[in-house]
Design a protein around this ligand. Sequence first.
Ligand code: DAH
Length: 355
Amino acid sequence: MTEELKKLQTDFAAALENITTQEALKELESEYLGKKGKLKAILSGVKDLSIEDKKTVGVAANQLKNECIAAIAQKTQELEDSYFSEIEDKEAIDVTIGYPSENLGHKHPISHASELLEDIFISLGFKIEDGPQIEDETHNFDMLNIPDNHPARDVWDTFWISDEINKERKPGDKYLLRTHTSPVQIRTMLREELPIKIIVPGRVFRYEQEDARHTCNFYQLEGLVVGEGVTFGDLKWTLDTVMKQLLGEKTQLRFRPSIFPFTEPSAEVDVSCQICNGSGETKGKKCSMCSGTGWVELLGAGMVHPKVLEGCGIDPMKYSGFAFGMGIDRIAAQRFGVSSSKMFYQNKLKLNEQF
Ligand code: DAH
C-alpha cells in the first residue's frame, strides 16, 4: 500500500472515531467516498499508473474503499442504537415505583353533598342551571315580588356593591352579591320554553351575624318546576323522595306554613335531625344542630306566585309551578353527621379528613 493510502486509512479511522452524529458521518462519507472524495481521486488516478503499480495501488485502494464502506455502515448502526437506547432511558417508566405518600385530598363535604343532590334530582328528570353571583336588584328582588322598601327585603341582609365599584353599570342599576339562588328562577323562566324542571346549586351571600347555623356565605340549591297542572302534592312528593334517598328511608319531613313573597302558599320544610335522631339531645346535652328541637329547617318552598309567573310572561291561569330553596351546607352537616355546618369553612383538616 502506498504511503498516501496508508495516511488516508489512519486519517479516516481517526476521524471516524470522533464522530457522534449521523450528520457528521454523512460528511465524512462524502469526504472520502463521494464523487469528489479523497479515495475517488486516487482510484481515478490508477489508470495513469504503470501496470505493476496499477495492480498494487488499484487493489489496495479498492480494499480501503470497501473497508471504509463497511466501517461507515457499522458506525451508522452504532449511532442509531445509541440514539434509541438514550430515548428508552429517558422515557422509561418505572412500573415498580410507588405512589407518593402524601394524601392527595378529596372533595369538600359541601361539594360532595351538592353532587349527591344533583345526582338524585337528575334521576328525577331535573336539569342543572347556573346564574351570576353578582346579581342585579331586579332579578334578586323586584321580579321575585320583593319591591324596593318592602319589609320582606330585611330578611335577606344584603351585601350591596358600592356605586364606586359599580361605575361601569348602567345608571339606575343596583348590584349586589346574590342573597339566594332564586333569581335564577327568573332568568330561566325568561329564557326557556315550558315545561321547566331545573335545580340551581350555587353560592350565596348574606350580611349576617354568624352563629352555629349562619355564615356570611353559604350554598343553596334552588328548584323550580313550571308547567300545566303542577301541584303542591308534586312538591311534597319530590322533596320527600329526595330527602329519603339522601338521608335514609326513616327521614321525616315537616311542612310548616310560612311566607315568601315569591310563593303562595309557602312552607318551611324541616327534616328530622340526623345528629340526635330527632331527640334534641346529644351526649346528654342540647343538640347544637337543631337547638334541641329534633328538627332542622332545611328549606323554603311553595307554589310560584302568580305575579312572578306573570312577570316572566307566563299565564298563571294556564300554568302553575312549585319552587324550593335548600341550604346545601346544612344538608351536608346532616348527611355527614357534623354538628355545625360552620365547621365546613374553618379549614380544619381534622374534620375534613374524616370524610
Ligand atoms: N330564596 C329563599 C331564601 O333564600 C328560599 C326559598 C324559599 C326558595 C321558597 C324558594 C322558595 O324557591 O319557593 O330564603
